[in-house]
Design a protein around this ligand. Structure first.
Ligand SMILES: Nc1ncnc2c1ncn2[C@@H]1O[C@H](COP(=O)(O)OP(=O)(O)O)[C@@H](O)[C@H]1O
Ligand SMILES: N[C@@H](CCC(=O)OP(=O)(O)O)C(=O)O
Length: 369
């Protein structure tokens, strides 16, 4: 039987205090919980934050730095401290662990993502636990994950995990941040991530956390769309992590209804950078979302951006809601000319006799979001 794979993400708030520095007992505790998960027959990948929080005090900052170069300096000190603690803690359970540092652009380049995936596969085959963090020192600001929630979702999809467990300092998603609203109520299970759910998820509540619940909901959206169910919650006592994996954890479960996405669709949906936007009418919206059809120029109302044939564009409905993304078959200036035209008029309008694709976006090059 193929071993079930679990991605565990541990946030800075679970590993460090407001003054920075690593909580060694916490690292020992999580390593023991993960060792128990492995013992129970799961393959585990660990995505961990905490490099900046572990390193900032060490190099003389009094609080978590805000400027990019300061965070990068703190991370380069802290990452080594973090790995030292994890390797020692896993070593006590006879487990070898490995460091993998990734950036968003690694996922963006399909070949680099495939290489990372091959390395992870080999490590898991050998019973090694990959310990993954963002490569903070080389990540450029606009392309940074910042928090590791999104990174953990991408890793879960890449590794075709059976579960993603996001551990934090709250026992799940509440109707509002419980630090600010004591009457907030916790969700046990979320079947669909709607705008209302987003509205409830606020930013980080601690001095060391980054994305708060909002980035956890973002991550849940990516992972569940890729077929991976997600738990967001707390692991504090012995056995909590196994309970989280078995569906009885202290937190919120986000369910999924789809099977895992092929690499190409994952890239299209979550890693590619759209270079334009197409706004489509109701008929096109129905064709794309409910009839499994391609997008024809006749349904396009508006074309925005300077994209070219083969680029990725985002598609929105008339209410400017995002419907999905696809690879476009025309340059932006061509689409401007043929938006709204029936397929029979396209060749004449563009002065091209032999049109290769009549669709603006072919079904196979589309993902609904
Ligand atoms: N609706 C909500 N439900 C629960 N927690 C919330 C909510 N909105 C915001 N938060 C905050 O999100 C924080 C967890 O995120 P974060 O600080 O980024 O942790 P981590 O370092 O574990 O990623 C909680 O401490 C809480 O204050
Ligand atoms: N890569 C960074 C992650 C920063 C961070 O705080 O993330 P998180 O605690 O997951 O919200 C680090 O290791 O410090």
């Amino acid at each position: 039987m193929v071993q079930q794979r679990i991605v565990v993400k541990i946030g800075s708030s679970s590993l460090t205090g407001p003054q920075g520095g690593l909580n060694h007992e916490a690292v020992q505790f999580f390593a023991a919980e993960i060792a128990a998960l492995q013992q129970a027959g799961y393959s585990v990948l660990l995505v961990t934050s905490g490099a900046v929080a572990a390193g900032f005090r060490e190099i003389g900052y009094s609080m978590r730095p805000r400027l990019l170069h300061e965070k990068q300096a703190a991370a380069s000190v802290g990452q080594a401290l973090l790995m030292r603690d994890y390797q020692e803690a896993f070593g006590k359970h006879g487990i070898v662990s490995a460091q993998i540092l990734l950036t968003r652009s690694d996922f963006n380049h399909r070949k680099r993502a495939a290489n990372a995936s091959m390395t992870i596969e080999e490590l898991l085959k050998q019973g090694v636990i990959p310990i993954i963090n963002e490569n903070d020192t080389v990540s450029v600001d606009e392309l940074k994950f910042g928090d590791n929630d999104t990174l953990s979702a991408l890793v879960a999809n890449l590794a075709k995990a059976s579960n993603l467990l996001i551990l934090t300092d709250m026992d799940g998603l509440y109707t509002a941040d419980p630090r600010k609203d004591p009457s907030a109520v916790r969700y046990e299970q979320i079947e669909e991530i709607t705008d209302e759910i987003y509205a409830m998820a606020g930013g980080a509540g601690s001095a060391v956390g980054t994305g708060g619940m909002r980035s956890k909901v973002d991550a849940a959206k990516i992972a569940t769309r890729g077929g991976v169910p997600v738990f967001v919650g707390q692991v504090r006592e012995i056995g909590d992590l196994l309970n989280a994996a078995h569906g009885t954890g202290k937190g919120t479960y986000f369910t999924t209804h789809t099977s895992s996405l092929p690499m190409k669709k994952q890239w299209l949906g979550f890693l590619s950078i759209p270079l334009g936007t197409l706004i489509v009418d109701q008929g096109a919206e129905k064709a794309l979302l409910h009839q499994g059809r391609s997008l024809l120029p006749v349904g396009i109302r508006q074309v925005e951006g300077q994209f070219h044939i083969g680029d990725v564009v985002e598609v929105q409905n008339l209410q400017k809601e995002i419907l999905g993304r696809g690879i476009v078959n025309y340059d932006h200036d061509q689409l401007q000319q043929i938006a709204g035209l029936p397929s029979t008029d396209i060749a004449a309008k563009l002065g091209i006799e032999d049109i290769q694709h009549l669709e603006a976006i072919h079904r196979d090059e589309w993902i609904t979001l």
